[in-house]
Design a protein around this ligand. Sequence first.
Ligand SMILES: Cc1ncc(COP(=O)(O)O)c(C=O)c1O
Length: 452
Amino acid sequence: MTKTPMTLEWKLPQLKTPLPGPEAQRIVKLDARYISPSYTRSYPLVAKRGRGAVIEDVDGNRFLDFAAGIAVVATGHCHPEVVEAVQKQAAELIHMSGTDFYYENMVTLAEKLEALAPGKFAKRVFYGNSGTEAIEAAMKLARYATGRKNFIAFHGCFHGRTYGALSLTASKTRQRDRFGPLVPGVYHAPYSYPYRCPLGAPPEKCGEACLNYLENVILKTTTSPEEVAAIVVEPIQGEGGYVVPPQAFLQGLERLCRQHGMLLIADEVQSGMGRTGKWWASEHAGITPDILCVAKGIASGLPLGVCIARADLMNWPPGAHASTFGGNPVAVAASLATIRLLEGGLIENARRLGEYIFAKLADWPRRHKLVGEVRGRGLMIGLELVKDKQTRERAPKERDAVVEAAFQRGLLLLGCGPNTLRMMPPLIVDQEQVDCALGLLEDALTQVEKST
Ligand SMILES: Cc1ncc(COP(=O)(O)O)c(C=O)c1O
């Protein structure tokens, strides 16, 4: 496995000031004056530098980063091989615009993505700059290729915030409020969530119940399948709460698609690029999407979002869709370096350490009164917090308090869904860092549990 040369000081958290420190306080105040207040900051981390799984703030405090820039820095912060690729590329050519000109590395990366994406068939790649752009491309392509206008998406899903993607997103009403009317033709179905089945079925029946509702209620009463261009699904829901549906649910969606000529679009913006211990979360269920959307971890922090589709589908004419910055040479160089590192051992590290973490967390629902369920795959780990194990009443305030208490101890986490904590460290993380993070989290959790 490729090693990051890491001095000891960049391995574990080290707090020098009370948090937030004086410089952080100064910048947070300016931020409130100048920056859009629509961002959601859970705590006042003002980042300055990063190495591996550690972030240093503007006051010299070091944090263990189990948020990874929202699951983006797959290879860790500033991996030397990614930095070298970026520097070399920046000195040679920063931009040329793939919309109007050719560039070899766009083809090299596309060839690589064709081989890595599920399905042994020819594929083509559209380059954008973000997850939401990958989704926009997928939606436009699905309508274009099928001549159909509707989409099926799921409650709890998050696909981005531009109008097409936002129309699919049904994670929190705040994200949609006052932005309507959205793109017409999107119908939301229940997403299988065995811990709290939206249809009230017991956990082992939840997948079947949700699939049945889609097939026999939505596709019989609301939109006929012949009008549906695509089903859009996150194989593991990210922002919605790190919800892992049963494999049979995802396989059932694929079956419905094949049966009715609907396309299957997998949004692997958060779950892809090795985070789950395999290249794609789709692989755990053995499903083969017609269109795969990837962003976040694909370039270790450089902006890149791709829509990878069956070559026979991505057959639209020149001018139909494009992006000035999409396929930017520096982002593509970072992506090629990222893929080399992932192949060189980081995905295996994610798998191995994921197993280690899940084994360590296995008895937390028994030992901790707030922990209702631990779930996820690889280094995509969610802890759902509840006030009561029997009623499963959600504990959103307690979740936020644990995230804040972890920050005060030097551990960066994020929430997802109304009441779930997520851990999504860089794939470069090692066992000592994992042990440290779990210790800090347990301490934070215990403190919140004592005060409730
Ligand atoms: C599954 C999923 N799809 C799409 C997006 C949107 O990505 P971006 O914020 O890069 O537009 C996100 C972002 O969190 C995501 O988690």
